[in-house]
Design a binder for this molecule. Structure first.
Ligand code: 9PG
Length: 783
């Protein structure tokens, strides 16, 4: 058997190879060229690595010696090739490692710099995989740069994440929504955080570069389409490198195989492994006070909604009642309450617990307001600017908020004590920790040898210590890759809102709404965009939080179509599912919309056209249970005008059922058309293989269209009886649609009690009310 990873010495230098990938190197400059063996995709002839130091020219590799050894880590076994340049005139040694694993189509590479001088030097950036600006090495793709597609990830929860075309302009918004570097203003230039994907629509080849560790630095992947350049680099924050010491970059995964969706999933798996991701067994569901009450929330609002939940346990089977922003006297002063919470937070937690729910609390632990008691007492716990003054993390709540210094041991100890008090003292079992980027802002910290990411992770670890291993931490306004392993759930998009797009009054007065923009924020549309675009993170890095479901009919501008689209995006995302309405104002059919998302699906759908569009329109998931093989597709019209949509079908013949319309489309093949889908509307379609026997084609209980509420199914041809196991998942009252395959439904019974059957064309439907697992039997006869 040939070895899984082989190596050798080529014309220019050593190489590594496995069944998918060959990585060639050059000894004269330590550049590398990854080549996908399927179809020989070689996006660059030579990718450089180099280091930016303060006050010195960039430090490049020169002639390198090399070493190859066997290697193993959390990703498995393989071989490691190290290229080493000693640069006596520059007083430094550079190393570049390339690891190829036996079981993965990607390679992982990092660089290290050793300071051989007698004085420290400040490191600004470590360029790990960087195509040279001219000559061979520039990106070689078939399509014109203007047609390239670039997947761009934002640095924190709220930051826009989407795919762009190579002639478009990147997101222009400023922090906190944006990355740590200034926005790219030229068309075709993009700065993506943690990872980036570059897709050639002509050859359909794809290159992903992304950091699979994030313990020390922020990583950015720059794509400059007009210059045909890509630069994956770690921002080292000017960290000092002492004489004799070595500083390593993060590990960068380079993947040139397969489609962007596969690459993102592989990248997510690798990042999760190397960072020790925490993925909860059960994805939480609950109620959150923010999106109806905002900071005006009172103790009574919480109690009223708690009572409503208690009285509607069947319809709203949630676990968590989460109090959001509005109970605290000031940002930073978390252990006292304002006058709207007269009984205090421990009392409220005990009320929630007595009703059988887990109390959840919002805290912004890394923000300290200039007006707070906490800042007055400990001004030394905040990040400072070069002028020595507290650095502004964000203006909000009509005051300046500073960021906590995670490198200060006393600040960390106080974070741990804070969460011990909230969890062990008050009794909260779930915390939503918000505005976390505050600990990662640029500035001066107590420990001059730290970096933004180290300080951030140290602060987060101090919170985890206080919360304990068993309780749930939901990150929000959180860095992405650097939070892996410390949070159980993470918000992956900007705030949802009870309106589709954030339009000014003038824009709203126009006859046609202005088109969406990359920089749009705070809207249902942008929340949905990130939910779709970041679905690959779910249950890999943490449980995704797509933000709350809003189904109200008061205080909203969302149409029914838009509300259903929000529900479909959240439901099919399989992420954390929180409702955030004033529950006793909801009509039964709106409560039904919440029920349809409970419990959460076991697996997220994937947006198959993620690289083609800023807002993917096809979100698909398969559930392969043998008694009910099923594919569910969310098909969206994100245009502002009605239009026809088409769903290409996998090979074979399929029963197609539309959930919202309760419409059976018959047995279909090839492609399924949807005429004039309204703007911002969606179709949720269930596809089941058609084999000529009576079979369930859809149910109306749950967004999974049967994935959870159908628990068994068997058709006995001899007796003509179809037996279908039903569970209470989803709405109480629902219809079960069965294709009768040309037979005549004679009678139906639910746990032995007669149930009326309605025949509509090729299907029959039975209306059932389900409060406990039960059995539906339908007897068929011949005409
Ligand atoms: C509470 C809210 C909710 C919400 C969070 C977060 O950029 N901004 O000014 C900005 C303000 C608030 C915000 C996000 C961004 O919302 O996402 O769920 O908890 O805080 O204040």
């Amino acid at each position: 058997m040939p070895e899984a990873v082989s190596s050798g010495l080529g014309r220019t230098g050593p190489w590594l190879q496995n069944q998918w990938l060959r990585v060639e190197t050059r000894q004269d400059d330590a550049t590398i060229a990854p080549v996908s063996l399927a179809g020989a995709f070689r996006p660059t002839e030579r990718a450089l690595a180099y280091v930016d130091l303060a006050g010195e020219p960039p430090l490049h590799f020169e002639r390198a010696d090399y070493d190859i050894e066997s290697y193993a880590d959390e990703l498995g076994a393989g071989r490691k090739l190290t290229l080493r340049s000693t640069l006596p005139r520059r007083g430094a040694t550079l190393r570049r490692e390339i690891v190829l694993y036996a079981a993965h189509p990607f390679c992982v590479t990092r660089i290290g710099i050793t300071n051989e001088r007698s004085s420290p030097r400040d490191i600004d950036a470590l360029h790990v995989f960087s195509t040279p600006p001219e000559g061979r090495g520039r990106l070689q793709l078939d399509a014109k740069p203007g047609d390239w597609r670039i997947y761009r990830n934002g640095w924190q929860s709220w930051a826009p994440t989407m795919s762009f075309g190579g002639a478009q302009r990147d997101v222009q918004s400023r922090p906190p929504q944006l990355s740590p570097e200034p926005p790219q203003t030229e068309p075709g230039r993009f700065a993506s955080d943690d990872l980036g994907v570059l897709y050639d629509p002509e050859s359909r080849r794809s290159l992903l570069a992304g950091a699979v560790t994030a313990r020390d630095f922020m990583t950015q992947v720059f794509v400059d389409a007009p210059s045909k350049a890509l630069d994956a680099r770690c921002l080292a924050d000017g960290v000092p490198l002492a004489p004799g010491e070595t500083l390593w970059s993060e590990r960068m995964l380079i993947d040139v195989s397969g489609h962007p969706n596969e690459q993102l999933e592989r990248y997510g798996d690798a990042l999760a492994r190397l960072m020790g991701a925490r993925v909860p067994e059960k994805t939480p569901a609950g109620w959150c006070s923010w999106y109806y009450f905002f900071t005006g929330v009172t103790e009574d609002d919480i109690v009223r909604n708690l009572r409503f939940l208690e009285q509607h346990r069947r319809e709203l089977p949630v676990d968590i009642v989460q109090i959001d922003d509005g109970y605290q006297p000031d940002i930073g002063d978390w252990l006292t309450t304002n006058e709207k919470f007269p009984h205090g937070m421990a009392w409220l937690a005990s009320e929630i617990r007595k009703s059988g729910y887990t109390p959840g609390l919002w805290v912004a632990p890394f923000f300290v307001a200039e007006t707070s008691t906490s800042f007055a007492e400990h001004p030394e716990w905040v990040v400072r600017g070069d002028d020595g003054e507290p650095a502004l993390a964000m203006y909000g709540w009509e005051r300046r908020n500073f960021g906590i210094d995670g490198s200060h041991p006393d600040a960390r100890a106080s974070l741990t004590r804070l969460f011990q008090e909230i969890c062990d003292g008050w009794g909260y079992g779930y915390v939503k920790i918000d505005f976390l980027f505050g600990a990662a802002i640029a500035g001066r910290r107590h420990d001059p040898n730290t970096t933004r990411v180290r300080a951030y992770r140290d602060a987060l670890a101090a919170v985890r210590k206080g919360v304990g291993e068993a309780r749930f931490i939901l990150g929000c306004g959180a860095l992405m890759a650097p939070s892996v392993g410390l949070v159980d759930g993470n918000r992956i998009g900007p705030d949802v809102a009870p309106f589709w797009r954030n339009l000014t009054t003038a824009e709203r007065a126009e006859p046609a709404p202005r088109p969406r923009r990359p920089d749009d924020n705070l809207s249902a549309e942008t929340a949905i965009r990130n939910t779709l675009q970041r679905s690959w993170m779910d249950r890999r890095l943490w449980a995704n939080d797509p933000d709350c479901l809003l189904v109200r009919t008061d205080r909203t501008k969302l149409s029914l179509d838009e509300t259903r689209t929000l529900a479909a995006a959240i439901g099919l995302s399989a992420g954390v599912m929180f409702s955030s309405d004033d529950l006793d104002k909801l009509s039964p059919d709106r409560i039904d919309l919440i029920s349809m998302l409970l419990p959460v699906l076991p697996r997220s759908a994937a947006p198959v056209d993620l690289i083609e569009r800023d807002m993917p329109e096809r979100h698909e998931v398969a559930f392969d249970r043998d008694f009910d093989p099923l594919r569910v597709v969310g098909l969206f019209n994100f245009d502002d005008a009605a239009r026809d949509l088409a769903l290409p079908l996998p090979p074979g013949r399929w029963h197609a059922f539309e959930l919202w319309e309760e419409r059976y489309r018959g047995v279909v093949e090839g492609s399924l058309e949807f005429a004039l889908v309204a703007p911002h509307a969606c179709r949720v379609v269930a596809l089941r293989p058609a084999d000529g026997r009576p079979v369930v084609v859809g149910t109306t209980a749950h967004i999974g269209v049967g994935a959870l509420d159908i628990t068994s199914q068997a058709y006995d041809a001899a007796s003509g009886v179809l037996r279908v196991g039903l569970s209470p998942a989803g709405k109480r009252a629902r219809r079960v649609y069965i294709a009768h395959a040309g037979l005549v439904p004679l009678a139906a019974a639910l746990d032995g009690a007669d149930a009326p059957v309605t025949i509509t064309g090729a299907v029959c439907s039975i209306e059932v009310t389900v409060d406990a697992p039960c059995m539906l039997e339908v007897r068929f006869g011949h005409r």
